[in-house]
Ligand binder design. Structure first.
Ligand SMILES: [Zn+2]
Length: 212
Protein backbone atom coordinates (compact mmCIF):
# COMPACT_ATOMS: atom_id res chain seq x y z
CA UNK A 1 0.00 0.00 0.00
CA UNK A 2 3.02 2.25 -0.50
CA UNK A 3 1.11 4.15 -3.19
CA UNK A 4 -1.49 5.41 -0.67
CA UNK A 5 -1.16 8.50 1.58
CA UNK A 6 0.19 7.56 5.02
CA UNK A 7 -2.90 8.79 6.90
CA UNK A 8 -5.08 6.55 4.76
CA UNK A 9 -2.82 3.54 5.26
CA UNK A 10 -3.03 4.14 9.00
CA UNK A 11 -6.84 4.28 8.87
CA UNK A 12 -6.98 1.04 6.84
CA UNK A 13 -4.60 -0.61 9.28
CA UNK A 14 -6.74 0.43 12.29
CA UNK A 15 -9.99 -0.68 10.65
CA UNK A 16 -8.56 -4.04 9.59
CA UNK A 17 -7.85 -4.87 13.23
CA UNK A 18 -11.55 -4.71 14.10
CA UNK A 19 -13.49 -7.98 14.42
CA UNK A 20 -15.16 -9.10 11.21
CA UNK A 21 -13.29 -6.64 9.02
CA UNK A 22 -10.57 -8.08 6.80
CA UNK A 23 -7.96 -6.07 4.85
CA UNK A 24 -10.18 -5.74 1.76
CA UNK A 25 -13.21 -4.53 3.73
CA UNK A 26 -10.99 -2.12 5.68
CA UNK A 27 -9.74 -0.64 2.42
CA UNK A 28 -13.27 -0.16 1.03
CA UNK A 29 -14.50 1.31 4.32
CA UNK A 30 -11.58 3.75 4.59
CA UNK A 31 -12.03 4.93 1.02
CA UNK A 32 -15.76 5.41 1.56
CA UNK A 33 -15.12 7.38 4.76
CA UNK A 34 -12.75 9.89 3.21
CA UNK A 35 -15.29 10.56 0.44
CA UNK A 36 -18.04 11.38 2.93
CA UNK A 37 -19.19 14.70 4.31
CA UNK A 38 -16.57 15.70 6.95
CA UNK A 39 -19.25 16.66 9.52
CA UNK A 40 -20.78 13.20 9.26
CA UNK A 41 -17.38 11.60 9.78
CA UNK A 42 -16.70 13.88 12.78
CA UNK A 43 -20.02 12.79 14.28
CA UNK A 44 -18.99 9.16 13.78
CA UNK A 45 -15.61 9.76 15.44
CA UNK A 46 -17.35 11.49 18.35
CA UNK A 47 -19.90 8.67 18.74
CA UNK A 48 -17.01 6.22 18.78
CA UNK A 49 -14.97 7.95 21.50
CA UNK A 50 -18.12 8.84 23.48
CA UNK A 51 -19.35 5.24 23.53
CA UNK A 52 -15.94 3.90 24.51
CA UNK A 53 -15.58 6.49 27.28
CA UNK A 54 -19.10 6.19 28.70
CA UNK A 55 -20.24 2.63 28.23
CA UNK A 56 -19.15 0.18 30.89
CA UNK A 57 -20.63 -2.56 33.03
CA UNK A 58 -23.62 -2.29 35.34
CA UNK A 59 -22.44 -2.48 38.97
CA UNK A 60 -25.37 -4.80 39.80
CA UNK A 61 -25.36 -7.34 36.98
CA UNK A 62 -22.43 -6.71 34.63
CA UNK A 63 -24.60 -5.91 31.59
CA UNK A 64 -23.75 -2.86 29.51
CA UNK A 65 -24.60 0.47 31.11
CA UNK A 66 -23.71 4.12 30.80
CA UNK A 67 -21.66 6.44 33.04
CA UNK A 68 -21.31 3.85 35.80
CA UNK A 69 -25.07 3.77 36.45
CA UNK A 70 -27.27 0.68 36.74
CA UNK A 71 -28.24 -0.81 33.37
CA UNK A 72 -31.73 -0.31 31.94
CA UNK A 73 -32.86 -3.75 33.06
CA UNK A 74 -31.75 -3.30 36.69
CA UNK A 75 -33.20 0.22 36.75
CA UNK A 76 -36.58 -1.04 35.48
CA UNK A 77 -38.89 -1.40 38.51
CA UNK A 78 -41.28 -3.66 36.58
CA UNK A 79 -38.69 -6.44 36.17
CA UNK A 80 -39.02 -9.52 38.36
CA UNK A 81 -36.24 -9.20 40.97
CA UNK A 82 -36.45 -12.84 42.05
CA UNK A 83 -35.61 -14.27 38.63
CA UNK A 84 -32.01 -14.09 37.46
CA UNK A 85 -30.69 -15.25 34.11
CA UNK A 86 -26.98 -16.08 34.33
CA UNK A 87 -25.10 -15.47 31.07
CA UNK A 88 -21.47 -15.56 29.95
CA UNK A 89 -21.26 -12.17 28.27
CA UNK A 90 -23.24 -8.92 28.03
CA UNK A 91 -23.94 -9.80 24.38
CA UNK A 92 -25.96 -12.81 25.54
CA UNK A 93 -28.28 -10.56 27.52
CA UNK A 94 -28.66 -8.34 24.45
CA UNK A 95 -29.74 -11.43 22.46
CA UNK A 96 -32.26 -12.43 25.15
CA UNK A 97 -33.62 -8.88 25.43
CA UNK A 98 -34.29 -8.84 21.67
CA UNK A 99 -36.70 -11.74 22.19
CA UNK A 100 -38.58 -9.59 24.70
CA UNK A 101 -39.95 -12.60 26.59
CA UNK A 102 -37.70 -12.48 29.63
CA UNK A 103 -38.82 -10.26 32.50
CA UNK A 104 -36.23 -10.97 35.17
CA UNK A 105 -32.74 -9.63 35.80
CA UNK A 106 -29.35 -10.78 34.55
CA UNK A 107 -26.01 -11.77 35.96
CA UNK A 108 -23.01 -11.64 33.62
CA UNK A 109 -20.22 -14.07 34.49
CA UNK A 110 -17.59 -12.57 32.21
CA UNK A 111 -16.84 -15.86 30.42
CA UNK A 112 -16.90 -19.58 31.11
CA UNK A 113 -14.59 -21.87 33.04
CA UNK A 114 -11.88 -23.17 30.73
CA UNK A 115 -8.71 -24.55 32.36
CA UNK A 116 -7.11 -24.87 28.90
CA UNK A 117 -7.58 -21.16 28.22
CA UNK A 118 -6.53 -20.32 31.77
CA UNK A 119 -10.02 -19.21 32.86
CA UNK A 120 -10.65 -20.34 36.42
CA UNK A 121 -13.85 -19.98 38.51
CA UNK A 122 -12.30 -17.09 40.44
CA UNK A 123 -11.83 -15.17 37.18
CA UNK A 124 -15.62 -15.09 36.76
CA UNK A 125 -18.18 -13.18 38.85
CA UNK A 126 -19.42 -16.36 40.56
CA UNK A 127 -18.75 -15.04 44.08
CA UNK A 128 -20.91 -11.99 43.31
CA UNK A 129 -23.66 -14.29 42.04
CA UNK A 130 -23.60 -16.33 45.25
CA UNK A 131 -23.81 -13.09 47.19
CA UNK A 132 -26.91 -12.10 45.24
CA UNK A 133 -28.47 -15.48 46.02
CA UNK A 134 -27.49 -15.26 49.70
CA UNK A 135 -29.41 -11.97 49.80
CA UNK A 136 -32.51 -14.19 49.87
CA UNK A 137 -34.58 -12.38 47.24
CA UNK A 138 -33.74 -14.73 44.37
CA UNK A 139 -36.28 -17.50 43.67
CA UNK A 140 -34.95 -18.86 40.40
CA UNK A 141 -31.61 -18.90 38.61
CA UNK A 142 -31.64 -19.71 34.92
CA UNK A 143 -28.14 -20.87 34.02
CA UNK A 144 -27.99 -19.67 30.42
CA UNK A 145 -24.33 -20.32 29.73
CA UNK A 146 -23.50 -21.49 26.20
CA UNK A 147 -24.21 -25.08 25.09
CA UNK A 148 -20.45 -25.70 24.81
CA UNK A 149 -18.29 -27.95 27.05
CA UNK A 150 -17.08 -24.82 28.89
CA UNK A 151 -20.63 -23.48 29.28
CA UNK A 152 -21.88 -26.84 30.62
CA UNK A 153 -18.95 -27.13 33.04
CA UNK A 154 -19.62 -23.61 34.29
CA UNK A 155 -23.32 -24.34 34.88
CA UNK A 156 -22.46 -27.50 36.83
CA UNK A 157 -19.84 -25.68 38.87
CA UNK A 158 -22.36 -23.00 39.85
CA UNK A 159 -24.90 -25.71 40.72
CA UNK A 160 -22.36 -27.28 43.12
CA UNK A 161 -21.46 -23.92 44.65
CA UNK A 162 -25.16 -23.25 45.28
CA UNK A 163 -25.56 -26.61 47.01
CA UNK A 164 -22.59 -25.79 49.22
CA UNK A 165 -24.00 -22.36 49.99
CA UNK A 166 -27.25 -24.03 51.04
CA UNK A 167 -25.46 -26.52 53.27
CA UNK A 168 -23.35 -23.81 54.91
CA UNK A 169 -26.49 -21.85 55.70
CA UNK A 170 -28.25 -24.89 57.13
CA UNK A 171 -25.20 -25.70 59.27
CA UNK A 172 -25.27 -22.14 60.61
CA UNK A 173 -28.96 -22.45 61.35
CA UNK A 174 -29.70 -19.59 58.94
CA UNK A 175 -32.99 -19.50 57.07
CA UNK A 176 -33.01 -22.03 54.21
CA UNK A 177 -33.01 -20.66 50.66
CA UNK A 178 -35.69 -22.02 48.36
CA UNK A 179 -34.17 -21.70 44.96
CA UNK A 180 -35.09 -23.21 41.62
CA UNK A 181 -32.08 -23.73 39.34
CA UNK A 182 -32.80 -24.26 35.66
CA UNK A 183 -30.86 -24.61 32.43
CA UNK A 184 -31.97 -23.42 28.98
CA UNK A 185 -33.69 -26.17 26.95
CA UNK A 186 -31.72 -27.93 24.25
CA UNK A 187 -33.42 -26.24 21.32
CA UNK A 188 -30.15 -24.45 20.86
CA UNK A 189 -27.67 -25.95 18.41
CA UNK A 190 -25.08 -27.83 20.43
CA UNK A 191 -21.81 -25.97 20.87
CA UNK A 192 -23.43 -22.76 19.76
CA UNK A 193 -23.07 -19.30 21.20
CA UNK A 194 -26.13 -17.70 22.67
CA UNK A 195 -25.72 -14.39 20.92
CA UNK A 196 -25.88 -16.06 17.46
CA UNK A 197 -29.22 -17.78 18.09
CA UNK A 198 -32.34 -16.20 16.59
CA UNK A 199 -34.92 -14.65 18.90
CA UNK A 200 -37.54 -17.42 18.43
CA UNK A 201 -35.06 -20.21 19.19
CA UNK A 202 -33.86 -18.39 22.29
CA UNK A 203 -37.40 -17.79 23.47
CA UNK A 204 -38.32 -21.47 23.15
CA UNK A 205 -35.13 -22.49 24.96
CA UNK A 206 -36.13 -20.11 27.73
CA UNK A 207 -39.75 -21.32 27.89
CA UNK A 208 -38.72 -24.99 27.98
CA UNK A 209 -35.92 -24.60 30.47
CA UNK A 210 -35.26 -27.67 32.60
CA UNK A 211 -34.26 -28.23 36.22
CA UNK A 212 -30.53 -28.59 36.73
ZN1 LIG B 1 -27.78 -4.31 35.53
Amino acid sequence: MAYLPEALTELIHRLSRLPGIGPRAAERLALALIERDPTEVSALALALTDAVARVGHCPQCGCLSQDGADCRVCADATRERGLICVVESPLDSVALEKGGGFHGLYHVLGGAISPLAGVLPEDLSIAALLERVAGGEVRELILATNASPEGEATALYIRQELDELRERRLARGAEAITLRVTRLARGLPSGSQLDYADAATLQSALDNRTEL
